[in-house]
Design a protein around this ligand. Sequence first.
Ligand code: PMP
Length: 364
Amino acid sequence: MFNIYEFFNRINELDPKIRLDAGQPDIPVDGEIIAETVRALRAGETGYTSTAGIGELREAIANLEGVSPEEVMVGPGAKIFISAVVARARRIAVVSPHWNAYTLIANEFKKDVEVIKTRLEDGWLPQVEEINADLLILNYPNNPTGRVPSREELKGILEAAEERGIKVLSDEVYAELSFKEHTPVRELYENTITVKGFSKLYSMTGFRLGYAIAQREDAKKLREFIEVTATCVPPFVQRAGIKALELRDRIKKRVRNEYRMRVKRAVRILNGLEFYPPEGAFYVFLRVPGDGLSFAERLLNRGVAVFPGVAFGDYRNFIRISLTWKGFEEGLKIIREEVECASESSATGRWEGSSGSASAGSTR
Ligand code: PMP
């Protein structure tokens, strides 16, 4: 399996000028959230809390999500809940391209993984009729494709899951960053555990704050997992979360607009190349001529870091561009130049890395 962390460390060593690799938002954490964290620390909120999260935060999340506080579990990031759910599953189905943590976690817990490959030509939508698993992981808005299925498209996927009695783990960490209507999976399908967090909308990645929404039995199991691993989230971090939710409307408006604008500009700069125009999140999954890893290496030599498609499954001819860098436009222009240069070379047979697949299924 391709090791993204090795590649990431190499990027850090080379220290390129333009960072379009990790999904680390560059928008600073709101000053009021920082102030509340410091206030809580100074006020002595430094001990263990309830393992499910402090009541006030669970209530605020429950209000926001339209569920009861008992259905909300607070934990150190969305990722730990993904681990908790995967740990209890037997066989996991993952829609690919996918965030690589799903398969890394499944490997850690020695679980079988069924990869459901999707294609750019099909608008990255999965065919789930044949899956043989007890847990299906869905992630919309999607990392890396930016896809947000319509309610009807989502219904189609969930009907197949229902027929087979499959539980769905819905990773909705980018839900607030959808540029079109986003339907929470649990609205359509009862047997769902939803995970969300504060990392993307509020840029609070290092705070490690996330939550899960699950029905009684599942919520209990998630709580047990937090109890035997992290114990709880630091109280000053939870206070920061309460403040973030208070400021949510203002932050959401500003941050979503910012990413929407960046995506729009990216689509304009990359116009004519092969990708699905993102409907949410802040990534572009771009098909490039030839091998994506060699392409990413060449970009690195030009001072632009991206992740190769192989970090998201069997997508050798792709790269993922993260628009979480102020100078993203300069980086995109360099990417465009490299694509055009590689396409020309491969057309004349001069470019060794080309597999010649770039012309298939163009979205032009
Ligand atoms: N899910 C997806 C799809 C992600 O891309 C990420 C961050 N890269 C996470 C979850 C992680 O969320 P958290 O920081 O809350 O653990």
